[in-house]
Design a binder for this molecule. Structure first.
Ligand code: SAM
Length: 277
């Protein structure tokens, strides 16, 4: 297999990927902002909008690192809940047929299930930074952190409504194995969503992007995190990852249905989605 453009054994790749994220963990969030000029936040927000999770949903965020997707998920759900409460209050004051139908369809005799997000990552240093972030933000309810390999998830079958993996799958040694595991742990009807760097479709943008990433990212890595090599690996791993169509076929071959993708920023990043039936 490969580590960037170097050919290495599978065990060696896994070891080196671990080292990369162990080295960058403390500076990971700062570097993400610096390298993407903050745009990674917009890509992650777009993932949440496409997901549109409802109260009670159970999320598994694999390769979740410092928890960006899980925090956004819990925020989004809280917003949905507040909106539902506001609607319910309004409908008690001046009920209209729309309010009544909304309450009818969302209310249940049982207590609604609490939403939850599990952040799973192979690297405990990344999770440690995530947990510190959660503490400083005062977020704890519905959030858990689990050390685990995307290729061999430590969860039972049919557990989650949504599986996400953001900027993680290109680091996994056997992508097909990680996809199989995603399918296994999702409930029937559950959704797989993957945010990953992809192939830039516009040739002018592609040239600018190449120049920026090959020349600037390792320099930023050296200046901010004192680690040129790790960031050179990140750039090279992006180049090696399958393009949008190829990855879509891999997801379909795993057994997911209704697989489609959206390009963000001209294909710098693609969001792939599919369902387990
Ligand atoms: N999802 C986070 C985000 O978007 O900010 C973190 C992405 S970071 C670029 C990639 C993460 O993948 C790292 O935290 C790394 O430890 C994790 N990772 C790499 N190989 C993995 C594997 N086999 N299983 C689980 N996580 C893995």
């Amino acid at each position: 297999t490969h580590f960037g453009y170097e050919t290495v054994s599978e065990a060696e790749k896994a070891k080196r990927v671990y080292k990369v994220f162990e080295n960058v963990a403390q500076k990971y969030d700062v570097m993400n902002d610096a390298m993407s000029l903050g745009i990674h936040r917009l890509w992650k927000d777009k993932l949440l909008h496409a997901m549109h999770p409802q109260p009670g949903a159970r999320l598994l965020d694999v390769a979740g690192g410092t928890g960006d997707i899980a925090f956004r998920f819990l925020d989004y759900i809280r917003f949905q809940q507040d909106r539902q409460k506001r609607r319910a209050t309004r409908s008690m004051q001046t009920p209209s047929w729309q309010d009544i139908s909304i309450n009818y369809s969302t209310e249940d005799d049982n207590e609604p299930r609490e939403s939850s997000a599990v952040v799973c990552d192979i690297n405990k240093e990344m999770l440690k930074v995530g947990k510190q972030k959660a503490e400083s933000m005062g977020v704890s309810s519905g959030l858990s952190w689990v050390v685990g390999d995307a290729e061999e998830l430590p969860f039972d079958d049919d557990q989650f409504d949504i599986y996400t993996i953001a900027f993680g799958i290109r680091n996994v040694t056997h992508i097909d194995q990680a996809l199989q595991e995603a399918l296994r742990v999702l409930k029937p009807g559950g959704r797989f969503m993957c945010l990953e760097f992809s192939k830039v479709t516009n040739p002018v943008l592609a040239r600018l992007y190449d120049a920026y990433s090959f020349q600037m990212i390792p320099v930023l890595g050296e200046v901010i995190a004192g680690d040129w090599k790790s960031y050179q690996y990140l750039v090279e791993s992006i180049r090696k990852f399958p393009d949008q169509e190829e990855f879509k076929h891999m997801i379909e071959d795993t057994g997911f249905y209704c697989v489609h993708y959206h390009n963000f920023t001209g294909g710098v990043v693609a969001l792939h989605s599919g369902f387990k039936l």
